[in-house]
Design a binder for this molecule. Structure first.
Ligand code: CA
Length: 223
């Protein structure tokens, strides 16, 4: 746990230990980065408002060297901060004040997903696109496609349901874990990035087909 507020840090650590987690902590971003690299934890709970560096900055530095799951725990509840943290590679987000029970449930959910990613399902092929959930690799027309973690999650979610229309609300709930928040814009922006990387556009869709008023479907292009 990286958290500079002594009171919050000790309360959360105590609560997580009571729930069976082993917890190490740091009060600054740089100490947190060092701890994450040295101790290789299963998961990092990260505050954004830290004295030396912004937590978002730390998250980017951490992502350069590690795929460790990260839950951002912060008082910042505006849409922009949530989207920025998730885009920077956070796996989940809790807003202070949160209950220990909620944080524990989110930790368990993120760890389940991380475990699932290692032994995950078979690669899916749709047209000339192949999505491999285990290696998190994507090829389009035989060429590797570099995706951000969230772009990959979005594409993998759609690929697992290829041919089916998925609503933006479902994507916000299942891909972004924002069942009650978030906006369709978040989905739209990621879809447009994905389209660009897959060599298509909303005006000339190929594999990513928008069904107006319903959602989006990943499917073979019509002949
Ligand atoms: Ca803080």
């Amino acid at each position: 746990m990286v958290e500079d507020d002594e009171r919050i840090r000790s309360a959360v650590i105590r609560a997580l230990r009571e729930r069976g987690h082993a917890v190490s902590s740091a009060g600054t971003a740089l100490a947190g980065l060092q701890l994450a690299v040295e101790e290789r934890p299963d998961l990092v709970v990260l505050d954004l408002g830290l004295p030396d560096l912004d937590g978002g900055e730390l998250l980017r530095m951490l992502r350069a060297v590690s795929a460790v799951p990260v839950i951002v725990a912060t008082a910042r509840d505006d849409d922009g901060s949530v989207v920025a943290a998730l885009d920077a590679g956070a796996d989940d987000y809790v807003v202070k004040p949160f209950s220990a029970g909620q944080l524990d449930a989110r930790i368990r959910a993120v760890l389940r997903r991380a475990a699932g990613a290692e032994t995950g399902p078979e690669p899916v092929t749709v047209g000339d696109l192949t999505v491999d959930p285990r290696s998190r690799r994507v090829t389009c027309g035989g060429t590797p496609v570099e995706l951000s973690p969230k772009e990959f999650d979005l594409l993998a979610y759609l690929a697992a349901r290829a041919g089916t229309v998925v609503s933006k609300r479902e994507l916000l709930t299942e891909v972004w874990q924002l069942p009650y928040g978030g906006s369709d814009k978040t989905v739209d922006v990621h879809l447009s990035w994905l389209r660009r990387k897959l060599g298509e556009s909303a005006a000339q869709p190929r594999l990513l087909q928008t069904v107006r008023g319903v959602g989006v479907r990943l499917a073979e292009p019509p002949p």
